[in-house]
Design a protein around this ligand. Sequence first.
Ligand SMILES: Cc1cc2ncn([C@H]3O[C@H](COP(=O)(O)O)[C@@H](O)[C@H]3O)c2cc1C
Ligand SMILES: O=C(O)c1cccnc1
Length: 338
Amino acid sequence: MIFSTLDDLRAACRDLPAGDEAAAAAALARQAVLTKPPGSLGRLEDLAVWLARWQGRAIPRLDQVSIAVFAGNHGIAARGVSAFPIEVTAQMVANYAAGGAAINRLAETAGATLTVVPLDLDRPTADFTKAPAMDEGEFLAAVSAGYAAVAPDLDLFAVGEMGIGNTTAAAALCAALLGGGAARWVGRGSGVDDHGLSRKRDAVEAGLARHGAKVADPLAIAAALGGRELAAMMGATLAARRHRIPMLLDGYIASAAVLPLARMASDALAHCRAAHCSGEPGHKALLPALGLVPLLDIGMRLGEGTGAAVAMLLARAALSCHAGMATFSEAGVAEKTC
Ligand SMILES: Cc1cc2ncn([C@H]3O[C@H](COP(=O)(O)O)[C@@H](O)[C@H]3O)c2cc1C
Ligand SMILES: O=C(O)c1cccnc1
């Protein structure tokens, strides 16, 4: 879908399709008769039922699993908010093509296809302390690119990102939409020192001072403080919801990217599970605001969709039990008596 106007995008956020409650109920009923004490597989049981609900299959499948990584460059990076130079974004895109990045290895391990979408890397967004990061046309083009990257028939999907400076954009979005000031949302990202950290806080405060008045309009805030890869992740998440594809959210940046979407429609993330809680401290505060409980908390703080790829292994474990275990009657095992 191509969004030509903000109103087109707003319209796509309305009347979102619900999950398939009959498939979810059938999956839940199956979980109750598999040869284990009820609930003993913990969140693996929830994962199986969630896959069933959004795939519309009592016994879901994980044949078409996909990760889309969006890459964008940020004008704010010129303010010394990252430990790495802006050239690293394009260099990492080349690394993805060569197969040498963490996400290449983890996507392969998870049995997921990897698509990388670079978004105008030679045209960084504007420095948000001086102007909106993107004008309306740039923002809508990025959201549309994200939407278009999602095939409608996937069994499981995740987004990831690459963009030097994007933890600053993520922190600014969170601070604008959730409050609490820069200190609550700014962390070290890819590893800035104390001076970098204070430049990062200053940048976020300056962005809030310049654009904070737009806070009533989540899309205006996303355009003013976000980035192309964040806008694309939002578009892809909306597409997954409209196609009823279950989706795993990656780390801090992916989660911040969908915050404006959650503001547009309170149940917009119903098809999502949070793959993990990032080591970036703002993520711990952001996930409850999105109504999400992370599956993993193992100190990952890379982005690229890597946390989501690891959580896909949990989804595969959940499905293996759900589809392959014997029931009490099949195995001749006596059921619970009290
Ligand atoms: C080599 C390298 C690979 C990465 N892969 C993901 N990120 C992560 O770090 C960046 C955000 O951190 P900051 O806001 O501090 O720039 C993003 O590109 C994110 O995906 C990387 C960063 C680097 C340096
Ligand atoms: O949580 C993330 O996604 C993250 C954290 C730090 C740096 N890059 C990504």
